[in-house]
Design a protein around this ligand. Structure first.
Ligand SMILES: Nc1ncnc2c1ncn2[C@@H]1O[C@H](COP(=O)(O)OP(=O)(O)OP(=O)(O)O)[C@@H](O)[C@H]1O
Ligand SMILES: [Mg+2]
Length: 346
């Protein structure tokens, strides 16, 4: 006779080797049922390889339990489109008027730099601004605002965002040190997003910017799923604009009903500090091509400048730290902010 309690206990103890969490808690193992000694369950994995390793683990763990047949319903989480019932659009973050995601298909194109400076520029324009660092694995907003490792305060089990230069900021970088890799799977990322967005005292905000990690994976889907995004800004560099990843990112938002507010071409050109000559180091007109092909507005073209990276490293975005040295940089971000303010009539 098969002992159902024992089987349940074995299954619920199985751990995901990456995060150390149980598959059960991660929501990767569900619908466990035992009928006439036949076991059936649903197993969720990100790819075939992971599916095979989870399945092997399950079969190994149960091999001495005397179950004649194990029926595994395999579900691969590869789709970038959410089913309507997965969306929690009716949920709102109290007090927050507009939520905008900053994303791109590729890494290192300057999403966080644009998010940090746009947030600062919106605040200069007298808006109440929040900035949530949605890059759980590789947070950088905390560094850009000099709050790395400074844990947020907690009140009645809700986090209080850090207040820097009048902006409200929350980043995973406040909770872990730079050396600690964050190894979380999709379901945990989803939970973290939920906490950061809903269990946080954001207060009254005109706009909450969400800086997304690169790609079209779990974090992006969680952002789309958890909040009613009012729009997305796509950041690219001139040499990346035609890349399939950028189009994929645009399509992912559109497929899920999120409006693309436009594209920001970062590292667009270099202006000689002495003579003011502009050089398009990485080519020219890429964002405009994207505009024609994908019907996305070009919101800003931001120059490449050591001032931008230096201020990011030093914990104060260039919009705030750089007074008159290169006014065109500040002006570009302020005009980007104006674009967003006009779009939403803020
Ligand atoms: N316009 C610019 N001029 C000079 N340096 C820049 C510019 N934009 C970004 N950088 C630098 O490039 C690096 C990558 O920028 P950033 O972290 O903003 O990119 P990201 O797209 O958010 O990266 P990730 O995909 O890792 O999240 C940083 O060191 C940043 O300071
Ligand atoms: Mg980033």
């Amino acid at each position: 006779m098969v002992d159902s309690k024992e089987i349940y206990a074995i299954l619920t103890e199985l751990k995901d080797p990456v995060s150390g969490e149980t598959l059960f808690k991660l929501g990767l193992l569900k619908d466990i049922s035992l009928t006439n000694n036949n076991l059936s369950l649903t197993l969720i994995a990100s790819n075939e390889e992971e599916m095979a390793s989870f399945e092997k683990m399950i079969r190994e763990a149960l091999k001495n339990c005397g179950i004649p047949s194990i029926n595994i319903n395999r579900v691969l989480r590869t789709s970038t489109e959410l089913k309507p019932k997965q969306k929690a659009k009716e949920r709102v973050i109290e007090g927050v008027k507009k939520i905008i995601a900053i994303g791109s298909g590729k890494g290192g194109v300057g999403k966080s730099t644009v998010a940090a400076n746009l947030a600062a520029a919106l605040s200069i324009k007298h808006l109440e601004v929040g900035l949530f660092d949605g890059d759980i694995y590789g947070p950088s907003i905390s560094k850009m605002f000099g709050i790395d490792g400074i844990a947020p305060m907690v009140e009645n089990q809700k986090m209080i965002p850090a207040n820097r230069f009048g902006l409200k900021i929350l980043s995973m970088g406040q909770l872990v040190d730079e050396e600690t890799p964050v190894l979380w799977r999709g379901p945990l990322i989803h939970k973290a997003y939920e906490q950061f967005l809903y269990d946080t005292l954001w207060g009254a905000l005109d706009i909450l910017l969400v800086d997304l990690p690169p790609g079209t994976g779990d974090a992006q889907l969680s952002a789309i799923q958890l909040v009613n995004l009012d729009g997305a800004i796509i950041v690219t560099t001139p040499q990346d604009v035609s890349l399939i990843e950028v189009k994929k990112a645009i399509n992912m938002f559109r497929k899920n009903g999120v409006k693309i507010l436009g594209v920001v071409e970062n590292m667009s050109y270099f202006m000689c500090p002495q003579c003011g000559t502009i050089t398009h180091i990485f080519g020219n007109g890429g964002a405009k091509k994207l505009n024609e092909k994908m019907d996305v507005k070009v919101l800003a073209e931001i120059p490449v400048s050591p001032l931008i990276s230096k201020s990011g490293d030093e914990g104060m975005p260039v919009v705030l730290s750089n007074g008159d040295e290169h006014p065109e940089i500040r002006e570009t971000f302020l005009s980007l902010a104006n674009n967003i303010i006009e779009e939403f009539g803020l």
